[in-house]
Design a binder for this molecule. Structure first.
Ligand code: HBI
Ligand code: FE
Length: 299
């Protein structure tokens, strides 16, 4: 009997797992522990994505990235980055190991602290990683926290999150996060642009979200978004389009309780669905999803 090769221990892709953590789930970034390879990987991720974003990311994002001095000169140190950010909008970036419990997450946001993963994806997952690593969190989420209106929206989201938890309606609020903070588009004089972090940190979805004929693109409406299910393991079948960060903040300044009451009694909507009241910006043909066998034509 050939000796069974012991299966190699699952090499953790996240060397911060198991790190000592504080009660608020923050850890020590230990910036000195990043290797040259990890700094080099950040630089390559940055260079590739920054090039793709030209003419595709909203101006506020590109301006904020420059103002925060995010660049391809190695993995940023959260303390220095936070000092620059805090001087602009009062936000800080705090290192965490991985996703933190919802109540902890919302308390950080409500207090203008963005929890960002400290680990960087392995080379084997250079193009896409499911877990939020430092590139997704810092490159994707942090720049717009330097935009005062967006920064206020994120803090309001945190306060709303705590309320949604109390009411047991986190599902509805998570959809607002998903379709704006993660996968939102914004209408500008030069056409549609990206602001969502999930798109911003993905070369393929940066192009798909703006240029593919497949997805629907629908004008943002808070209640509509709160009813709409989302896809977590592929491109979106719908992208919601806001007019401006001012309008997004104003739209979300309503008492979420009344919105929750309205959506609670209404059926959830599939990501590919459209409603008669939708303002369709571009109607999708879902070709990408049909070819992948994820949808049948005429769905
Ligand atoms: N934790 N670190 C981290 N980052 C997130 O984006 C995050 C989280 N915990 C919960 C969470 N997101 C979602 O449940 C909320 O966006 C709804
Ligand atoms: Fe994210």
């Amino acid at each position: 009997m050939a000796s069974e090769q012991a299966a190699p221990a699952a090499v953790s892709k996240n060397r911060y797992l198991g790190a000592r953590r504080n009660a608020d789930y923050t850890i020590d970034q230990d910036w000195k522990s990043y290797t040259d390879d990890e700094h080099d990987r950040w630089n390559r991720l940055f260079q590739r994505q920054r090039a793709v974003l030209e003419g595709r990311a909203c101006d506020a994002f590109l301006e904020a990235m420059a103002r925060l001095k995010l660049s391809d000169s190695g993995i940023p140190e959260f303390g220095e980055l936070s000092d620059r950010l805090q001087a602009i909008t009062g936000w800080r970036v705090v290192p965490v190991t991985e996703l933190v419990p919802d109540d902890i997450f919302f308390d950080h946001l409500a207090n203008r602290r963005f929890p960002a993963g400290a680990f960087i994806r392995p080379e084997s997952e250079f193009d896409y990683i499911e877990e939020p690593d430092i590139f997704h969190d810092v490159f994707g989420h942090v720049p717009l926290l330097a935009n005062p209106v967006y920064a206020d929206f994120m803090a309001a989201y945190g306060r709303g999150g705590a309320r949604a938890l109390q009411r047991g309606q986190l599902k509805n609020l998570a959809r607002l996060y998903w379709y704006t903070i993660e996968f939102g588009l914004i209408d500008t004089a030069d056409g549609l642009r990206i602001f969502g972090a999930g798109i911003m940190s993905s070369p393929a979805e940066t192009r798909f979200s703006l240029e593919s004929s497949s997805p629907n693109r629908i004008r943002f409406d808070l209640e509509r978004v709160m009813r709409t299910d989302y896809i977590i393991d592929d491109f979106q079948q719908v992208y919601f389009v806001i007019d401006s960060f001012d309008r997004l903040l104003a739209d979300c300044a309503v008492d979420f309780g009344t919105v929750y009451d309205r959506v609670r009694d209404q059926p959830d909507l599939a990501p590919h669905a459209t409603l008669p009241g939708d303002e369709i910006v571009t109607r999708g043909d879902f070709r990408y999803f049909i070819e992948k066998g994820k949808m049948t034509a005429g769905a």
